[in-house]
Write a protein that binds this ligand. Structure first.
Ligand code: SAM
Length: 347
């Protein structure tokens, strides 16, 4: 598909386009990576953040939330729980919290690796090159860092720069690749100011960055964030709609353009659509990230409202299993590195 075709698909309001694309994406997923769905246990270990992202509820200017940090022992306990449920990956996610310095994080990573041997994915935002290197050496396997939008002017508007020098997101993604990480990125869809034209460029950037994992999540307005207050001011004529149809269309197009990657059914998708896991899998996803964070912390990881959790993890896993089966797939065990990564790295 060329740029013009992609753009016209994104601008189309025909519901048949969504169903045709999701069916095609499901077929591509089956042929390229099969029907195996890998689980990752998500641990949201700190809600402190030094950044002022205008879309995100845990941005540093939001004084209405109560911040938390999990202790090293609590994080390790979550990783052990994940292993005990036969899940092969822990995803450690947080705000950009300078309390977790390079060496402190490296100690946590090596302790998890030593005690559990499971794959470790980091989602810690923009960090100095030296930290990324240290964490890779300590045993981290993967890193997720969404570029959010390929429109650099829009990105700097929604993502004010840090007060310390850090690599830009695209630069960091390239660095992660050189360090041998399995590299993930992604975007939010439908936030104010994001156009169909820029979302088309996002899809093309996914391809040119040669990513191993891509996460697509609909923008969920958080009351009190600058973006939620500004909606009317920054939308344009070519605004990408903030609809489920658009999110699924972009998920499906991503799978069609990048057949051998891993793609999670994102938490935001599941927040907006109770059938988000099942429908995400039908649209080409092959990863689900059940949340393992203790409930009282998770409630305070307030990046957007409406995140859904069931109290018992066993029950959550049963529901995941049902969604996976309903989508005609099966839950696979193991770390589940992406085919794309395995082929490009020879691992
Ligand atoms: N600090 C790290 C970072 O920025 O990559 C990881 C945590 S950050 C909260 C994880 C992801 O949450 C972001 O990449 C962003 O896409 C998503 N997110 C934040 N606020 C959101 C919102 N209001 N709606 C949808 N997704 C949102």
């Amino acid at each position: 598909m060329n740029r013009r075709e992609l753009l016209s698909l994104l601008r189309s309001t025909d519901p048949a386009v969504v169903s045709e694309l999701t069916e095609e994406a499901g077929r591509v997923r089956d042929q390229s990576v099969g029907k195996a769905v890998y689980l990752r246990g998500l641990v949201e270990f700190s809600s402190y953040c030094r950044r002022g992202c205008t879309y995100c509820g845990i941005n540093c200017a939001n004084s209405r939330i109560t911040r938390y940090r999990m202790t090293d022992a609590e994080i390790l306990g979550c990783a052990e729980a994940i292993q005990s449920y036969a899940i092969g990956t822990v995803v450690l996610q947080s705000g950009e919290d300078s309390f977790f310095t390079g060496p402190k994080m490296a100690t946590i990573i090596s302790a998890i690796k030593e005690r559990t041997g499971i794959a470790i994915t980091l989602s810690l935002g923009e960090r100095p090159a030296a930290d990324l290197k240290l964490w890779r050496e300590a045993g981290a396997d993967r890193y997720l860092l969404r570029f959010e939008t390929s429109d650099q002017k829009l990105f700097s508007k929604i993502h004010p720069p840090a007060t310390i020098p850090l690599p830009g997101r695209i630069e960091q993604l390239q660095l992660l690749r050189e360090l041998g990480y399995e590299v993930g990125s992604g975007i939010m869809t439908g936030f104010p100011g994001q156009t169909c034209a820029s979302a088309t460029d996002d899809l093309l950037l996914f391809q040119s960055l040669d990513l191993d994992m891509i996460g697509i999540g609909p923008y969920v307005p958080h009351p009190g964030t600058p973006m939620a207050d500004e909606i009317g001011d920054i939308t344009s004529d070519d605004q990408l709609p903030n609809t489920l149809a658009t999110a699924y269309k972009i998920v499906a197009l991503t799978r069609i353009l990048c057949p051998s990657i891993n793609m999670p059914c994102t938490t935001a998708l599941r927040t907006i659509d109770p059938a988000g896991y099942r429908e995400g899998l039908k649209a080409g996803c092959n990863v689900i990230m059940p949340n393992v964070t203790p409930l009282d912390y998770s409630e305070r990881y307030d990046i957007y409202p409406g995140k859904k959790r069931v109290a018992q993890f066993e029950q959550a896993l049963d529901l995941v299993e049902k969604d996976v089966t309903d989508a005609g797939c099966f839950v696979a065990s193991g770390a589940g590195a992406s085919r794309h990564y395995r082929e490009r790295s020879g691992r």
